[in-house]
Structures are given as C-alpha cells and as structure tokens.
Design a protein around this ligand. Structure first.
Ligand code: CDP
Length: 216
C-alpha cells in the first residue's frame, strides 16, 4: 500500500562523453532540486593527478592504492580541470581495481535519504542502476571540442582546436572501449543531444525530462 508520507528520494543519474555539458546540467539540476551533487569525474581526475605527481601513471597497483585512500572532502575542482589531468583520469579509469575502489563511496553518496545528483560515465548503468531519473547527455565531437577549447582557453591553457578534437576522440574511444563499466547509455535513460542547444535551452530540456521521469 502506498503511504502518502512516503517520499521517494530524487536520485538523478547523468552520463555522457567528455564536454557534453553533463557537468553544468548536473550542477543546475542539483541547485534546482536542492540536492547534493557529485561530479564523479573529479574522483578519477584526483587519482590521475596524484599518479602524475608521483610519476606513476603506468603503475596500476599504485593507482589502485591512491584510489582506495582518496578523501573526497579534499578535492580541488579548479586544480583538477586541466587537459593533462583529464587524460590521466581516463587512463586510470580503465583499470578495474581503481573503479572498484571508488564504487562504494559513489553508491554511498547516491543513497542519501532525500536523493542526490551524480554525473559521470557509468552512473545510470553501474553506480545507480535503480535511479528513477537518468539522462544521457551528448553532442557531436566537433561541438564538444569547441566547448572544451573555450574552457581551456579561459583557464589560460594554450592549445589548438585540432588538438582538443583529437583528444576528445581518443578519450571517447578509450571510455567507450574499456571492458569495465564502459561509457554507455542505460536502456531506461532519456537521451539529450545538446549540439544545438545553449545552456539555458539545454537546462530547460533536462529539467523537463527529469521531472517527467520522477513523476513516472
Ligand atoms: O569533464 P570531462 O567530461 O572531460 O571528464 P570528467 O567527467 O571529469 O571525467 C574524466 C575521465 O574520468 C573520463 O574521461 C573517464 O575516463 C573517467 N570517468 C569514468 O570513467 N567514470 C565516471 N563515472 C566519471 C569519469
């Protein structure tokens, strides 16, 4: 029997490839619903960054150890957004031991009583397969490269659009091709293509899809 006092947690899972706009949408949705938000890419970025600092990116055992010891209360998003760290994140994220080490803390975050918003690559498929609202946010590689290029330029990183596009294609291939938790759209996710949408239009579309899913 349904109790009128039973409040369903608003768990919102957002996945998609690099620079698809999922991070911005996740932040905006979290603000809208007053929910906690976890950018799970930052976890892999933090592990990648520590591996780079130690000169140990090729050392799988070291990356697993770093992932196990990760303290999410001390993540510095600004310092982790560089292109080099994004690349290192994608390398360590392909290692099953690293993914296993980060699994429980993500599930724990998602299980907060009122709900939570998580964004990443495997949220709807592996971390929260039972989330009531799932979005898969995408855009063409060219549009994503332009967005990432502007973001990196804004941070003062010197690069070219061609380099960024090549990096995005390489990262897409690595993220989609790995055997453990590859980037994939969950069967019950709603697809949102932001190629031709500005931030406001993309947010309006995302909100409408999420509200629809939460009502269902
Ligand atoms: O912001 P961007 O989309 O470039 O990347 P990110 O979300 O910060 O993630 C960086 C890298 O971490 C990705 O290329 C993935 O390889 C990995 N990642 C993952 O494997 N699983 C997640 N849930 C989140 C990120």
């Amino acid at each position: 029997m349904n109790s009128p006092l039973l409040i369903h947690p608003k768990r919102i899972a957002i996945d998609g490839p690099a620079a698809s706009g999922k991070g911005t949408l996740a932040r905006r949705l979290a603000l809208h619903f007053s929910l906690p938000h976890l950018d799970t890419g930052l976890l892999y970025r933090a592990v990648g960054a520590q591996c780079l600092e130690r000169g140990a990116l090729e050392d799988e055992a070291a990356s697993v150890e770093i992932a196990r010891a990760l303290d999410i209360s001390h993540l510095n998003p600004e310092a982790l957004r560089s292109a080099g760290i994004g690349e290192a994140a994608s390398v360590v994220a392909a290692r099953p031991g690293v993914r296993t080490a980060l699994l429980e803390l993500q599930r724990h975050f998602a299980a907060q009583p009122g709900g939570a918003v998580l964004d990443g690559r495997d949220i709807g498929t592996v971390i929260c397969p039972d989330a009531p609202a799932k979005l898969f946010v995408t855009a063409t590689p060219e549009v994503r490269a332009q967005r990432r290029f502007s973001e990196l330029e804004g941070r003062g990183e010197i690069t070219s659009l061609e380099t960024v596009l090549a990096d995005i294609r390489k990262r897409d291939a690595r993220d989609s091709g790995r055997s453990d938790a590859p980037l994939a759209m969950a069967e019950d996710a709603a697809l949102l293509d932001t190629s031709n949408l500005g931030i406001e239009a993309a947010f309006a579309a995302a909100l409408s899809l999420v509200e629809q899913a939460l009502r269902a």
